[in-house]
Design a protein around this ligand. Structure first.
Ligand SMILES: C=C1C[C@]23C[C@H]1CC[C@H]2[C@@]12CCC[C@@](C)(C(=O)O1)[C@H]2[C@@H]3C(=O)O
Ligand SMILES: O=C(O)CCC(=O)C(=O)O
Ligand SMILES: [Fe+2]
Length: 386
């Protein structure tokens, strides 16, 4: 088994044989980008928003004395929430957003110099999950694992004076490093709030370290760009998926597009951009750790006709060698462990092979054989009706 995140896909390379489009020069949606209902893995889902959603994704102030309880409830019922007062400075959020903007506005041929290789994790390209769909997504992404130095050297080669070259490189790398550092801190804090509301304390998770700082946690930074689209109703920004993470921290610009599905329902609910707020997703590994108590949220990104949308996802996972399995405190005779143990790398490999069946492929009991004990989410396998 590969042990480094950057090697996670070595055994499951993704070959996407499509030309990269210059989104800005297209007047009409090419057929290869036109989705019909059957191209989606969740074809029967309707748009709840258009029927007037009665409920929306919880917004939680981290400074609220009730934050722990509110987070627990949001994780159980939605698997997603927005946070405010999270301690990430407005400047840093602005900086990472404008870095993303600068990067995506480069000419396609330049961006392709930093193209992700079929077996690699880092670099520019289509979302990895593209290979599971017959149609292409109206988006481009840049994945950064480890230092962005080499990619940036490819993107911004020495064509200016040495001074400017060094200055911009250092600035970009500095912003990414700072963003990752701050996100790592916030992710650790959120882990304890999310797990704390299940009665889990620092002594329950050995790999969190003596101070519970989750030292050695690994993460990927994913910059997503969704250009304005000439035919948004037939296009798909990022197809429905769950993240293969413990948790994901998402910063979206002012253009909406993120939609989630609430546990046990079949409709899409828009997560409205709130200035300065961050979206927190429960990922598949936290679903496993919580022994099925927290659903990993099914989500997708849609596009629109007039606005360019940007999102920056911090995909947070455990240290590479750690085996993730249901926490023993959440396991009992009446609640047997629902999943076998997996490392993050192993799970990413499983996801690369099975996509939305990955979670059920590491499951020990099916909800049917486990009489009287229902798992909170099996949308990974569920056939939707209505
Ligand atoms: C650490 C991760 C998590 C990855 C793979 C790898 C790097 C990029 C992440 C994403 C980001 C975009 C959606 C997704 C579904 C995709 O295609 O690439 C994610 C995937 C996952 O959560 O499974
Ligand atoms: O752009 C978005 O809102 C969603 C991005 C996302 O789901 C991801 O990067 O995993
Ligand atoms: Fe995602």
């Amino acid at each position: 088994m590969p042990s480094r995140l950057s090697d996670a896909f070595k055994s499951h390379p993704v070959h996407i044989h499509h030309k990269h489009l210059d989104f800005n020069s297209v007047q009409e949606l090419p057929d290869s980008y036109a989705w019909s209902q059957v191209d989606d893995h969740y074809p029967n889902c309707h748009d709840v928003d258009s029927f007037g959603a009665s409920e929306s994704v919880p917004i939680i102030d981290l400074a609220d004395p009730n934050a722990l309880k509110l987070i627990g409830h949001a994780c159980k019922t939605w698997g997603v929430f927005q946070v405010t007062k999270h301690g990430i400075s407005k400047n840093l959020l602005d900086d990472i957003e404008s870095l993303g903007r600068t990067l995506f506005s480069l000419p396609v041929q330049d961006k392709l110099k930093a193209a992700r290789s079929p077996e690699g994790v880092s670099g520019y390209g289509f979302a990895r999950i593209s290979s599971f769909f017959p149609k292409l997504m109206w988006s481009e992404g840049f994945t950064i694992v480890g230092s962005p130095h080499d990619h940036f050297r490819q993107l911004w080669p020495h064509d200016h004076s040495e001074f400017w070259y060094c200055l911009t490189q250092t600035m970009h790398v500095g912003i990414i490093e700072e963003y990752k550092k701050e996100m790592n801190r916030l992710a650790g804090k959120l882990m304890w709030l999310m797990l704390g509301s299940l009665g889990i304390s620092k002594s329950d998770i050995k790999w969190a370290g003596p101070k519970g700082e989750f030292k050695g946690a690994t993460a990927a930074l994913q910059l997503n760009s969704y250009p304005a689209c000439p035919d948004p109703d037939r296009a798909m920004g990022l197809a429905a998926h769950t993240d293969s993470t413990l948790l994901t921290i998402l910063h979206q610009n002012t253009t909406s597009g993120l939609q989630v599905q609430r546990e046990g329902t079949a409709g899409w609910v828009t997560v409205p951009p709130i200035h300065g707020a961050l979206v927190i997703n429960v990922g598949d590994l936290l679903h496993i750790l919580s022994n099925g108590m927290y659903p990993s949220v099914l989500h997708r990104a849609v596009v629109n006709r007039s606005c360019h949308r940007l999102s920056i996802a911090y995909l947070y996972g455990p240290p590479e060698s750690v085996q993730i399995s249901p926490l023993s405190r959440l396991v009992s005779r009446s609640h047997p462990p629902l999943y076998r143990s997996v490392t993050w790398n192993e799970y990413l490999g499983t996801k690369a092979k099975h996509f939305n069946k990955a979670l059920s492929s590491v499951r020990l009991f099916s909800p049917v054989t486990l009489n009287g004990f229902a798992d909170v989410n099996d949308h990974h396998n569920r056939v939707k009706v209505g």
